[in-house]
Design a protein around this ligand. Sequence first.
Ligand SMILES: NC(=O)c1ccc[n+]([C@@H]2O[C@H](COP(=O)([O-])OP(=O)(O)OC[C@H]3O[C@@H](n4cnc5c(N)ncnc54)[C@H](O)[C@@H]3O)[C@@H](O)[C@H]2O)c1
Length: 335
Amino acid sequence: MSAPLLRIGLVGAGWVTQHHLAGWQREAARARVVAIADPSRANAQARAEAFGIDTVYSDAQAMFAAEKLDAVDIASPRETHAELVRLAAMHGIPAICQKPLAPSFDAASALVDDVAAIAGMRLMVHENWRFRPYYRQIAAWLREGRIGRVQQAQMTLLSSGLVADARGMLPALERQPFIATLDRALVMEILIHHIDTLRFLLGEMTVVHARTGRNSPAMAGEDHATVAFDTAAGATVLLLANLGAHGEPPALADRLTLIGERGTITLLGNTLTCEGERPDIRRYDMAQCYADSYAATISHFIDALGSGAAFETSPADNLRTLRLVEDIYAQNPAS
Ligand SMILES: NC(=O)c1ccc[n+]([C@@H]2O[C@H](COP(=O)([O-])OP(=O)(O)OC[C@H]3O[C@@H](n4cnc5c(N)ncnc54)[C@H](O)[C@@H]3O)[C@@H](O)[C@H]2O)c1
């Protein structure tokens, strides 16, 4: 007999939840989102109608009180996460919570301690970047030793999202207006993914040097950053990012080069290459990979809930990413 469908509550109905809900839809044989809670009735209603969800609530407390849920998916703004995770814990409900777990390392660490004190509370951080198919492929090649020990890595995120387009609009802020208001913007909101992905691929790292800055008057927080890391395994890593780079596409497109003792792996555009003794080349549909990363994250959450296995992006693991984010800000006290 197949297991009963998991009843999922979604908290937040903003931009990102179109991808969450599409991911949950792919898991229709195992789970169903039965309710959404968001103080914006219009946002909640729009998602409920688009994805056939029965009930909307104006806050999570009301949803927890009225619904019998097996898990909750928290996709509201960062400053609400800790309170909502604690609420889920109080109701004994497992949670998957969008990054960043909290607005600072200290707040996230206090939350993780509280959650650990509640026996049986299962919490996964929704950190989907590392679940992109090309990063999973790179990880597989590294495990196979295709390029030997990695000596140098460079990850680049250059976007013209903060350069006015022909309509005079800033595409990055049209897509996600709240980014303009964040005092911790590029690193805490976006590069947190790249740092987590670098940790996933290369192991633990330390921040050697970090400089952040703001060029766009539309932004409250930083919009460019240059960071150098050392890995525990002895590689040097450079992360270069700028949301106002003229001539680059407005969309966020990662470039990555990993130079190993016996080969090189390069991600450029939609093409992933492995040079060395066993050359390989793969091409990807990047929009599909974006959607797939959300679905894979949700799928992992369901798998681990069922099996009792540890979450790959557990709170303890994610705190190591947040530690690096905090170390970058510590070197840039004005940001
Ligand atoms: N993993 C990714 O690639 C990715 C991409 C985009 C956003 N995010 C993360 O997702 C989260 C939401 O981002 P977004 O782009 O959807 O933001 P958004 O501003 O589009 O939407 C936020 C929604 O949350 C609602 N909300 C506010 N307070 C709430 C509360 N207490 N309870 C329930 N709902 C509440 C708002 O009314 C709004 O509908 C953030 O943590 C962000 O960092 C992750």
